[in-house]
Design a binder for this molecule. Structure first.
Ligand code: SER
Length: 318
């Protein structure tokens, strides 16, 4: 049976592309987009949309009952950089929305829940290279603390109440359709826009900062693959490690230079350097591979190629 899906935070960097892909698979009227504000024309024209503040439980429940929703994808969150500026606001948004959705699932009003976690669950005491699925986790950022706590609650709701909740620890996500908002890995998106516009970029992380990254298409495929996997294959009910690739700003700049020879990068680390320094360099995602067959497709040269082409196309269109 075709599930009826609600996406919360559908206008964000992940939500926009996830929504469009889910509509291709399940039909536009089976995928309800929602967000606190309206989104891009492409998203707004692609199917039903509701304005929703997901911290408002009544409003959320009304939409779920009205559309007879089966599965929720909870993509609304405050990311790492912004959360450091508004700790309490980030905590309330990130946690309350998760509790609302988990409780509605516990009450039998939902069949499945998708909630994104992040590499931010790891901290300075975590092994940095090839970080394993199970390891020391002492996150030092507000965002990381909210994601780590969220993982614990997801696992708890699954074990205690049988809630079918699934999650991925996304690495930094690279895409050109919708800009990211307030993350530490955002440099790896900004750099492409500035490379195309002015052939230079002033990076807010230093040149040797290695972080796990992934092209959006891979991340969307992983998300849908995990949600479609038979329940018994989903053995991690906290969240799955997902690695993709790892590179530094210097590696990325060198790859961009192959396409834009005059491209120049300068470095001026700001407060986000400390956040990046607390996260892994690379991730071991073999548990996701074993449990539900995950493997990434995009390596750095391909990412740079599609990103430059995508940003250029976008700039011509606007
Ligand atoms: N990309 C996110 C951030 O930088 C991490 O999940 O906040």
């Amino acid at each position: 049976m075709t599930p009826k899906i609600l996406i919360i935070g559908a206008c964000g960097q992940i939500g926009t592309e996830l929504c469009i892909e889910l509509r291709q698979i399940y039909g536009k009227n089976n995928v309800i987009a929602s967000d606190i504000r309206s989104g891009s024309d492409a998203l707004m024209e692609s199917g039903p949309f509701e304005i929703l503040d997901a911290t408002n439980l009544d409003a959320l429940e009304n939409i779920i009952l009205h559309y007879e929703i089966d599965d929720v994808y909870l993509m609304a969150a405050m990311l790492s950089g912004t959360a450091e500026k508004f700790p309490m606001k980030a905590w309330n948004l990130n946690m309350n929305t998760l509790f609302h959705v988990l409780n509605l699932a516990k009450e039998g009003k939902l069949k499945k829940v998708y909630w994104p976690s992040s590499i931010a669950v790891f901290g300075p005491s975590t092994p940095k290279d090839n970080t394993p699925q199970q390891t020391i986790m002492e996150p030092s950022t507000v965002y990381g603390i909210s994601k780590q706590t969220g993982e614990r609650w997801c696992e708890y709701y699954h074990k205690r109440y049988g809630v079918d909740v699934r999650s991925i620890r996304y690495p930094g996500l690279i895409s050109y359709t919708t800009p990211p908002g307030g993350g530490t890995t955002d440099y790896a998106v900004e750099i492409f826009h500035e490379a195309v516009d002015k052939a230079s970029y002033d990076c807010f992380l230093n040149e040797e900062t290695s972080l796990p990254m992934m092209y959006m298409e891979d991340a969307i495929r992983a998300t849908i693959q995990l949600m479609q996997a038979p329940s018994e294959k989903v053995k991690q009910r906290s969240a799955y490690n997902l690695g993709g690739i790892s590179f530094t700003p210097k590696d990325l700049a060198a790859e961009i230079k192959k396409h834009i020879p005059g491209f120049e990068i300068t470095y001026q680390a700001d407060f986000r350097q400390a956040i990046a320094d607390s996260w892994p360099n690379s991730i071991d995602d073999s548990v996701a591979t074993n449990d539900w067959g995950w493997s990434h497709k995009y390596e750095l040269p391909q990412i740079v190629e599609v990103m430059l082409a995508g940003v250029r196309k976008q700039e011509i269109a606007t």
